[in-house]
Ligand binder design. Structure first.
Ligand SMILES: [Zn+2]
Length: 54
């Protein structure tokens, strides 16, 4: 399930940088444009938890 583009607009990194995220549709991940953390997208829902970061 693809991530809603409108949702992507309002999403920000949960780390203190609060930077915008880049969506990788193929990998179903969100990558922070500032700190480079990668967040999973599961069933169209981004998992923006710092303790879930690989
Ligand atoms: Zn970040």
């Amino acid at each position: 399930m693809p991530l809603d583009p409108l949702l992507l607009d309002v999403l920000a990194c949960p780390a203190p940088d609060r930077a915008p995220l880049r969506y990788d549709e193929e990998a179903q991940t969100l990558t922070c444009t500032s700190c480079g953390r990668v967040y999973e997208v599961r069933d169209g829902l981004p998992i923006l938890l710092l303790d879930e970061v690989k």
